[in-house]
Write a protein that binds this ligand. Structure first.
Ligand code: HOZ
Length: 429
């Protein structure tokens, strides 16, 4: 069967389900949070996806973050084409990875040294191991609803698909390991103080998304991030920012630049791969130097620093700097926010945005942590989602995911979308 020629999402999904668990290679794609079946995409350009049936959709998922210039941006495609001519993978050091390391360190000043990996999961997993190796301690603190990829120690009260599909504490994670993860409510500094008191001298790291975006999107309250920084400094604990989604997106230097906090380690990904599989982690040289081959903490990867992924990411970052992408995205975000807020007026809805990331909660708010996010009306969200999809607008298929804007979303696109949002809100209320 030539599946590439198939023009029917339903038939493709039926075939996929026979050979791929749930028919998808990542659970959030399965539409279980909204019901129905996923569509299959044959191509994507700018802010539009084209399904195998030939339908065009205005996309607010952006391949879950990487497509900050829109899909198939010319400079990125050109860089990949050029790099591919020289070979796809060498398994040796290559010049692209040196340039990427220098670029990351320049754009994110807390990062003195960096290592490339192949996914955000690898990045957070490596940060945890490194923090444990550096401190000689075992316990970590994470926050409810924060999702850091599918790392064993971090699939405890996790967000994203784990939350959407009702498995925030995944089966298959040994209880002995899960016990080493202390989970706390986000934005609750006294709870963190109490956890340090109860586990004195045992906490290797605090890991968090400084802007949690895997249970929708909520922001750190004033003083929360600084409070964590101060506690980590006092306790000799490694502060890890998971900025896989936010770095190079919210600002050149991510959430840490916006909130002026210096973490010890940062997990990165998405935008730095330009759409190819990539991740990175970096931070204080003193900590990073504990990595093998210099130090005793082992971490490795056959495809790490892959020339194509590096070339794509470098081209994307260069283009973002050339067009001052972050100022552009802030303007796009503000326009989108104004239109959405107008459509939401007098309805029990909460719209939250920072830069080019956003979430519309189906509840009155406030939303500052997981428990509040959970009280959203998910049935209403699902109806809204499907109405928008029918009208050609694709938002993330779960109340517990963030939306992403790109520099390819034009004012005309946003006007179209505002009318669709307005129409479908009127339908569901
Ligand atoms: N919320 C996830 C990314 N942070 C969605 C991507 C996935 O799991 O496939």
């Amino acid at each position: 069967m030539d599946y590439a020629m198939m023009k029917n999402s339903r038939e493709l999904f039926e075939a996929a389900k026979k050979r791929i668990p749930g028919g998808v290679n990542s659970p959030v794609r399965a539409f279980r949070g909204v019901g129905g079946e996923p569509f299959f995409v044959k191509s994507a350009k700018g802010c539009r996806l084209t399904t195998v049936e030939g339908r065009e959709l205005i996309d607010f998922v952006g391949t879950w973050g990487p497509a900050i210039l829109g899909h198939a941006a010319e400079p990125v495609i050109e860089a990949v084409r050029e790099a591919a001519k020289g070979g796809l993978s060498f398994g040796t050091p290559n010049p692209f990875e040196v340039e990427m390391a220098e670029t990351i360190c320049r754009m994110v000043p807390s990062v003195e040294k960096v290592r490339m990996v192949n996914s955000g999961t690898e990045a957070t997993m490596s940060c945890i191991r490194l923090a444990r190796g550096f401190t000689g301690r075992n316990k970590i603190i994470k926050f409810e609803g924060c999702y850091h990829g599918h790392v064993d120690s971090l699939l405890v009260k996790a967000g994203s698909g784990a939350l959407t599909h009702g498995h925030p504490d995944s089966a298959g994670v040994p209880e002995e390991l899960a016990k080493l993860t202390v989970t706390l409510p986000f934005n609750d500094l006294p709870a963190v103080e109490a956890a340090f008191a109860a586990n004195s001298g045992e906490i290797a790291a605090i890991i968090l998304e400084p802007v949690p975006a895997n249970a929708g999107l909520y922001l750190p309250l004033p003083g929360f991030l600084q409070g964590l920084r101060d506690l980590c400094t006092r306790e000799g604990t490694v502060l890890i920012f998971d900025e896989v989604m936010t770095v190079f997106r919210l600002a050149r230097g991510g959430a840490q630049e916006i909130f002026k906090i210096t973490p010890d380690l940062t997990a990165m990904g998405k935008v730095i791969g330009g759409g190819l599989p990539v991740g990175a982690f970096g931070g204080r040289a003193e900590i990073m130097d504990r990595l093998s081959p210099d130090g005793p903490v082992y971490q490795a990867g056959t495809l790490s620093g892959n020339p194509l992924a590096m070339a794509a990411g470098l081209a994307q970052l260069r283009e973002l700097e050339r067009i001052d992408g972050w100022a552009h995205l802030e303007k796009t975000g503000a326009t989108f926010e104004a239109a959405t807020r107008a459509a939401c007026a007098n309805r029990p809805l909460t719209f939250q945005r920072i830069g080019s990331m956003f979430c519309l909660y189906f509840q009155e708010g406030p939303v500052r942590h997981l428990a509040e996010a959970m009280s959203s009306d998910r049935a209403r969200f699902a109806k809204f989602f499907h109405g928008c999809l029918e009208d050609g607008v694709y938002f993330a298929p779960s109340q517990f995911e963030a939306g992403f804007l790109s520099t390819a979303h034009t004012p005309a696109d946003l006007e179209t979308v505002a009318a669709v949002v307005e129409k479908n809100l009127a339908r569901v209320f």
